[in-house]
Write a protein that binds this ligand. Structure first.
Ligand code: ADP
Length: 269
């Protein structure tokens, strides 16, 4: 029921001689396949809204030409589809930026409680609309850690948005910040941000693949919600860049908890 991703900033240490050649080849082949799948996915994701829009343009030129009601309805749908493409392209750009940044350590600092209060305020309307009771803990005061402000905002925004989109039926949102004296996987002190909902939860078979690009538990539902399938992949890469760790605990029918652990300092290695 638990999926964990721990990322070491350095490439794995491999043995010498023939073993390296074997590893290299299979890794190269695998990444080529991954790239091909990615391009196929992007093309499909862009083509779906495009095809719909082209269809509506044709109908507007033809049968619906003089039907004002139909025209308004079709324009609404086209606007929604164009919005979907816009979000997808923005997420693709974010992902590529985050991936190319991954080896560079963030050089600025963030105030975690203030950032979390800000994200909750930004998403206040969506949280209210979903009628979620918000419970927070540890969000008072100031706590500075090394981090890229724009990227970490994106992490918390994506996770809270997901809690609203997929966990809203439980009408509960928990946002908790606490310090961990020693986090073994990070070999030092860490700050943990927990984002929890009591919604539908995720079946355990999906957990290991949840942060893959375009992986969705329910594609139809994700599309309905305006999802691009890239949110958690972006989260994963940003957490990696911060030398942190993402932990997902979810129980089908009972809700989910996403924990982001961030090192208190980036002194090491
Ligand atoms: P999307 O754009 O589809 O929301 P994400 O990468 O953010 O893409 O999430 C991937 C999938 O993980 C979602 O489509 C959804 O099925 C599942 N998911 C994410 N967060 C939650 C949550 N809090 N509760 C249940 N399912 C979730």
């Amino acid at each position: 029921l638990v999926a964990e991703m721990t990322v070491s900033p350095l490439p794995p240490i491999v043995g010498r001689g023939a073993m390296i050649a074997i590893l290299d080849r299979s890794e190269a082949e695998e990444s080529e396949q991954v790239r091909r799948d990615f391009v196929a996915n992007v093309s499909h994701e862009l083509k779906t809204p495009l095809t719909a829009m082209l269809g509506f343009i044709e109908t507007l030129r033809g049968p619906a030409r003089n039907d004002a009601k139909a025209r308004d309805r079709f324009l609404d749908i086209m606007e929604r589809e164009a919005g979907r493409m816009n979000r997808l392209v923005s997420d693709l750009l974010s992902l590529s930026r985050v991936q190319s940044d991954e080896r560079r350590r963030p050089s600025s600092e963030v105030d975690l409680p203030m950032m979390l209060r800000g994200v909750l305020a930004t998403l206040g309307q969506a949280i209210d609309t979903a009628e979620m009771r918000v419970e927070t803990s540890g969000l008072g005061g100031t706590q500075r850690i090394p981090g890229d402000p724009d990227q970490l905002v994106q992490v918390f925004q994506n996770l809270i948005e997901n809690a609203v989109k997929y966990g809203g039926s439980g009408h509960y949102l928990g946002v908790t910040l606490y310090r961990v004296e020693y986090e073994p996987t990070l070999r030092g002190a860490a700050w943990a941000v927990e984002i929890a909902d009591k919604g539908d939860g995720i079946d355990e078979i999906h957990l290991p693949r949840l942060t893959e690009r375009f992986y969705r538990v329910d594609t139809h539902r994700s599309r309905e919600q305006g999802g691009t399938g890239l949110g958690l992949a972006i989260v994963k890469h940003i957490v990696n860049r911060h030398r942190g760790r993402l932990k997902i605990v979810s129980h089908k029918g009972r809700g989910s908890r996403f924990t982001v652990m961030l090192p208190e300092s980036l002194r090491r290695g």
